[in-house]
Design a protein around this ligand. Sequence first.
Ligand SMILES: C[S@@+](CC[C@H](N)C(=O)[O-])C[C@H]1O[C@@H](n2cnc3c(N)ncnc32)[C@H](O)[C@@H]1O
Ligand SMILES: [Zn+2]
Length: 259
Amino acid sequence: MLVCPKCRLPLVRHEKTYHCSARHSYDIAKKGYVNLVLGNQKISGDSKEMVDARTLFLSAGYYQVLADKLIELLKEIKPDMLIDAGCGEGYYTRQFHDCGNQIIAFDLSKPALNTAAKLDQDTIYAIASIFDMPIGDASADCVVNIFAPTPVDEINRILKKDGILIKVGPGAKHLHGLKEVLYDEVYDNEEESVELKGLTHIQRVNVTDQIHLMSNDQIKALFMMTPYYWKTSQASAARLNTLTELSTEIDFLIDLYQK
Ligand SMILES: C[S@@+](CC[C@H](N)C(=O)[O-])C[C@H]1O[C@@H](n2cnc3c(N)ncnc32)[C@H](O)[C@@H]1O
Ligand SMILES: [Zn+2]
C-alpha cells in the first residue's frame, strides 16, 4: 500500500484524504488522484499539450494490439499488487482492471493524472516520481513500465521476491513510416541492451502491426508523442503539415524480468 513520502509510515484513506499516523496528510484532488510530491520537490512530467496528443492518438485504438498482449501476459502472472510506473493518462492502466487485485499508478504529470483518474475510479493514481515511489519495500507482485524511464534500483526495491517487471519500449522498425516522411535517410531504431542490474531477463515478446492514420490531427498527435518531436528540424516537421494519411509499422518490445 501507499506510504507517506515524509516519514514512510503507511498511508490510510479517510474520505477525501490520505494520512499517516504521524499526522501528515494528503488531499485527494477533485479528479481523484493524490499528490504525494513534497512541497520542496519539483513536479514535471508531460505537459497538457503532450497528454492531449497522446489521448487523441491512443483513443483511436492504434496501439490496442499492445494493450491486448499486456493484458494476456498479466492474466498469466495474476498479480495481487500491480504497479504502473509512468502511467501517463492511464490508457493501458484502465484496461488492466481484471488483471490485478489492487492497482496503483504513478506519474509526475498532473495533466496526465487528471485524465487518468477521471476515467478510472478503481485504480489509485498518485503524483510521484517513479525514482522514489511512495510504496513499501517488497510490496509489488508486478510492475509495468511502458515507454517511460526505467528506475531499475527503485523497481527492484518495491518488487517482492520473484516479482515481475514488464518493460515496454520501441523495436527496430517502430514508426518507420513516420520517419520516412520526416527524414531523407531512415535508420532502424537502436535496440537498448536487455540487461537490467539485479533482475533476470526471462522473456521477450515482439508485437508488430501496420497502422493507417486517416487525418492530419492524428498524424500530428503521433508525432508529438515521439522523441522525434524534440529533435526534428522545423523544415522537416513541416512535411507533416499537409499530410492527411499515413501508413506505418508499429513494433513493440515487451521484456519480462524476474527479481
Ligand atoms: C511516453 S509517456 C508514456 C505514458 C504511458 N505509459 C503510455 O505509454 O501511454 C512517459 C510518461 O512518463 C512520465 N514520467 C517521466 N519521468 C517520470 C518520473 N521521473 N516519474 C514519474 N513519471 C515520469 C511522463 O510524465 C509521461 O507521462
Ligand atoms: Zn508521515
